[in-house]
Design a binder for this molecule. Sequence first.
Ligand code: SF4
Ligand code: ZN
Ligand code: ZN
Length: 328
Amino acid sequence: MYLVKTSLRVKCSKCERDAVIRVPYAKLNLCKEHYVEYFEKRVLKTIERYKVFRDAKKVLIALSGGKDSLTILHVLTKYRDLLRVQLAGVHLDLGIGVYSDESRKIVLNACRDSGVECYIISLKDLLNYTLPELVEKTKRPPCSLCGLLKRYIFNTAALEWGYDVVVTGHHMDDILVFRLKEILIGREEGEVLKLLPYTESVKGLYAARARPLYETYEWEIRAYSELLGIKHIEVSCPFKYRDVISTNIAEMLEKIEKEVPGFEITLARRFARKTPRESSEVVISCKHCGMPSSSGICALCKLTMKTHGSPMGPSIRDALRNKRILLA
Ligand code: SF4
Ligand code: ZN
Ligand code: ZN
């Protein structure tokens, strides 16, 4: 993080107070108040630049309990009147011991403090298995399994509950690492192309998806959440893992950014401009549950045919529609 050491007594570029942070790409030293203002303006600018809330009235924020999603909850709550949106939070309790227990409590408290409705979905209640139990049963990499479940459940919840857009806390560093990795291994297609600031809805199949932190560095989010004391989960998910290619790409980006401040922003904007709006992927509805698929059976139904002996998509949709499995 680019915190300015207090012993240097660097003045804020906008007022007479001492600076607490340096923003290299903007050549600014900022005090706490001006940094908070600067950060929020940039997020609002991203929302405006990519029109991520076009036509949206009801916004569902996917909350993991981490600093990224809780930061976006904080900013959107502060500006919800300006943005003219109604907010709600949704959290999937994965059943990963202390990590999930803590995450759930933090999300509930954050939503309560923000006056935002909060939906907590228990994976165990929905599928009869926690994430660790599903990993054990399928031998699949935990994060790919987790991603599949979250995508299906949050998208289905948004459609069933009438939300126009699902907001996630993906930030610029992670998005660029994903994109560059796919290019490096010659697989730039499918899901990765959807890692844009905004992905359009497809009637009856996909709610729109918005990533307001698309042009925000991870260190900026950390600084903002620390300066404002935004509570988030301190322990990492025990499954957290970064493969060797992603680790090297992240290190390379960090080195370039040090020498060319703002490099990542330029790259992120270029990706957003050059990615085709229309995906070449054919999307049809799953013959079991009616949710999106490329082959006629969606990923969730395929998975549960193996783990449960029959496709669970229809019962998950039904449970979400009736809000039967919600903890709060
Ligand atoms: Fe899910 Fe992986 Fe994140 Fe854990 S680290 S919450 S398994 S995506
Ligand atoms: Zn200042
Ligand atoms: Zn299905």
